[in-house]
Ligand binder design. Structure first.
Ligand code: BTN
Length: 324
């Protein structure tokens, strides 16, 4: 159920060129005029500039630049993703909060977002550097009715969504490095961490964590990753509106997720491969026992890497070291 505050924000947005009367707001929201007034005061505290003109009504003159649940709702065009937004200025990791909320029964589509993470988690227990106000540090809680073994497909879906949003917004040419690093000009600008809570044949919930380096200057990145990581700003020489990017990301994710649930993985696979780093090229593979060169031929339905060996045999790889 959409909250009264969300509905109010969407109504004010709808009427942003004119005014909407307190009477109409109270009818549409099914609350008293004084409750409408109290909501307006809350929005003002959040930094909204609201004009109230007698006999005309209310109008938003300016919405604040900073991130909050309300400012993210303003302009968000999704049907279910982000209807509940939990925003933190600082937290250890949005993944932790998302797990807690999911265990307490949070709805499918709830999102957790932070301006800063003090203990951001990357894949393989790595740290994810998440400096204040520089990037998107976001976790989505989903309750998909798919079998647990298909969950890796959601990570691949998230990677295609990130590339689509980055590509259309910044007109750069992002690539996906298997399994799910997003690179621009061979440098990592975003990553995905998917965590699953499931029984044998049923997913309880999935938390998809996405980190995007947006407005970092080089010195905002830890020295040890400065040669292999980057940000949208460093790649495009301009800064980007983080709220807008989040809204675009949620909108695109919702659309692509629905298409995936309705029509299956083939569309995701096609998009993933179209953006894939080094597809059709030679890569160096090493396992505990061997090292060899093979062609990276594509993606299997379960997210594995398909390689073609020099003797023309094909093979699926799940955990080999790849030297790109
Ligand atoms: C990776 O490439 O290693 C995955 C990085 C995932 C980072 C995101 S930021 C939001 C969410 N919260 C975390 O602690 N991690 C994920």
């Amino acid at each position: 159920m959409e909250s009264t505050r969300n509905k109010l924000i969407h109504l004010l947005e709808q009427y942003k060129e004119t005014y909407i009367s307190g009477q109409l707001l109270s009818e549409k929201l099914n609350i008293s005029r004084s409750a409408v007034w109290k909501h307006m005061k809350e929005l003002e505290k959040d930094g909204y500039e609201i004009e109230g003109v007698s006999k005309k009504g209310y109008r938003i003159l300016n919405s604040p630049n900073r991130m909050s649940e309300n400012t993210l709702q303003w302009g968000l065009k999704t049907d279910w993703l982000g209807k509940t937004i939990v925003h933190k200025e600082v937290t250890t990791s949005t993944q932790h909060i998302a797990h807690q909320l999911a265990q307490e029964g949070a709805n499918h589509g709830t999102i957790v977002i932070a301006d800063e993470q003090t203990n951001g988690k990357g894949r393989m227990n790595r740290q994810w550097h998440s400096s204040r106000g520089k990037g998107i540090w976001l976790s989505l809680i989903l309750r998909p009715s798919i079998l647990p073994y298909l969950a890796p497909q959601l990570t691949l879906l998230a990677a295609t969504v990130l590339t689509e949003v980055i590509e259309t917004t910044t007109t750069t040419n992002p690539k996906i490095k298997w399994p799910n690093d997003i690179l621009i000009d061979r440098k990592k600008v975003a990553g995905i961490l998917t965590e699953l809570q499931a029984e044998q044949d049923q997913i309880q919930y999935v938390v998809i964590g996405m980190g995007i380096n947006v407005n970092h200057e080089l010195e905002d990145l830890p020295v040890e990753i400065q040669n292999k990581a980057s940000s949208l700003q460093l790649q495009t020489k301009q800064s980007w509106d983080i709220k807008r990017l989040v809204q675009q990301l949620l909108f695109t994710f919702e659309k692509e997720y629905e298409a995936y649930i309705e029509t299956g993985f083939m569309g995701v696979k096609r998009k993933w491969e179209a953006h894939s780093f080094k597809i059709g090229e030679q890569i160096r593979v090493s396992t505990l026992r061997d090292k060899w060169v093979a062609e990276f031929s594509g993606l299997a339905d379960d997210g594995a890497l398909i390689i073609t060996n020099p003797d023309h045999t094909t093979q699926k790889l799940y955990s080999a070291e790849i030297d790109w």
